[in-house]
Design a protein around this ligand. Sequence first.
Ligand code: ZN
Length: 164
Amino acid sequence: MARVPKLDPEFCCFRLRTGRSKIHGWGIYADQDIPANRKVIEYTGEKISVTEAGRRQNTPYLFVLNDRCMIDGAVGGSGAEFINHSCAPNLVTRIVRGHILFMSLRPIRKGEELTVDYNYDDTDETMGCICGAPNCRGTINIKDESGELSKCSTPPSVRPKSGR
Ligand SMILES: [Zn+2]
C-alpha cells in the first residue's frame, strides 16, 4: 500500500514540494532557496516505545528519538518521512526537547532534493545505497574505520542533547 506523499505546511519552515526522486520513490524538494543552518522541516509522527516499534517492523518510517522512544512517521507524518537518505546530505538532524528537526547543513538551491543521512546502525538490516554521492559508502548503515558496521546503538546524530 503506497502512501501518497503529502507535506503538512504546519511543520515546514520553507516552501517545499513532493516529487519523484532519482534516489528512491518519492522525495521532498526545496521550492525556494534555503540558507544554511535553518530549520527546514520537523519530522513528526506517532511517538511509540522501542517495544512497540519492534511490533511494527513493516513500517518504513521509524525514527529513533532516544533509547526508549521512536517516532513512526507513517502515522501523522509531516512529509519529512519521505526525505531520502544520502551519504552527502544537505540536511542534518537535531533533536530539541523531543522534537526531531531537520536543519539545512549548507545553502540549498530551489529545485534540489532534500536528503539526510539516516545513520542506520548494525542492528538494522543492511540496506544498499544508490544515492550517487562521490563519497557514497554503498550502504545506508554507518561503518567504522575498520570497515565493520558501527556498534553504536544510537547514532550520534539521532541522540538527544542532554539537559536541553
Ligand atoms: Zn550513498
